[in-house]
Design a protein around this ligand. Structure first.
Ligand code: NAD
Length: 247
């Protein structure tokens, strides 16, 4: 794979790098997208049942158990080479921020430290009134326990449909985007708003925007460089080309 000289130069000289990831960044770890087909990890995923507050309130036990199962499955999977390269980049730039739409915790497990989770984290919990769960609650039970603070049901700390993104996290993501020198979008379809507006914000504020995705997206025409390929394959090659080191 041959990389553009300007791309390599911008990556080498960038002090402030943002990696912005979507479901595509975790596919090579074994977590497909929601549109992954009939054998998908998210098989039987019905949005209204499993990804809305009403779905949860209508059938708390079923939804609770479904997320417990997904969480266990994810725990058994490993970060891929793409996640590892993003974590290693911390040794090369003074500031590296990962902004992710994924809920799988794989960036943290790869070693990334500044991770902004726009859609929450499947391994964390809060109650329906958004009180975070303390360690004193037994979460291994088969039905959602009650919040010790307000008595409402405890639920996974993920952003469901019709819910707003956590405002403070979105705000930090916007700041990181407009402060970035290089903004790398990886495995994002660019269909999910407001997250999809971040690359444009970065670009308007002077960042060099790189997109890594095997498919084309709406970002293609705005990105300074588009690398067509899989994150776990392109990222190690890019690392080698930029830093002259193997992973
Ligand atoms: P999406 O809208 O984020 O699209 C996935 C993108 O990844 C597509 O553009 C596809 O071309 C690209 N892609 C496919 N293989 C790739 C690879 N190997 N490397 C790089 N890019 C690749 O997917 P979605 O499933 O509709 O997700 C919508 C939202 O659902 C996400 O933003 C996320 O919040 C959530 N989700 C999370 C996970 C997870 O935590 N791992 C998985 C599925 C969905």
């Amino acid at each position: 794979m041959i990389f553009d000289a300007l791309l390599l130069d911008r990556l080498r000289s960038a002090n402030n790098v943002v990696f912005f990831t979507g479901a595509g960044a975790s596919i090579e770890s074994g977590i497909p997208t929601f549109r992954g087909g009939k054998d998908s990890f998210w098989v039987d995923f019905d949005v209204e049942t499993f990804a809305t507050l009403d779905g949860f309130l209508n059938n708390p036990k079923q939804v609770w158990q479904w997320y417990a199962q997904r969480r266990l499955q994810i725990q058994g999977l490993q970060p891929n080479l793409g996640h590892q390269v993003m974590a290693r980049w911390q040794a090369k730039a003074s500031k590296v921020t990962v902004i992710t739409q994924n809920i799988d915790n794989l960036h943290q497990r790869a070693g990334s430290q500044a991770v902004l989770e726009l859609h929450g984290n499947i391994a964390q919990y809060k109650c329906v009134r958004h009180h975070p769960v303390t360690t004193s609650v037994d979460l291994t039970v088969s039905e959602p326990p009650l919040c010790p603070q307000c008595g409402t049901l405890i639920r996974p700390n993920v952003v469901w449909f019709h819910e707003a993104l956590p405002a403070s996290t979105l705000n930090l993501a916007e700041i990181a985007s407009f402060e970035s020198d290089v903004f790398v979008s990886i495995g994002c379809s660019m269909d999910v708003q407001p997250a999809a507006s971040l690359p444009y914000l970065a670009s308007q504020c002077g960042a060099y925007v790189l997109q890594i995705n095997p498919e084309s997206t709406d970002l293609d025409e705005y990105a300074h460089c588009n690398l067509r390929g899989k994150s776990g394959e392109v990222m190690p090659k890019l690392w080698e080309a930029v830093w002259g080191e193997c992973l």
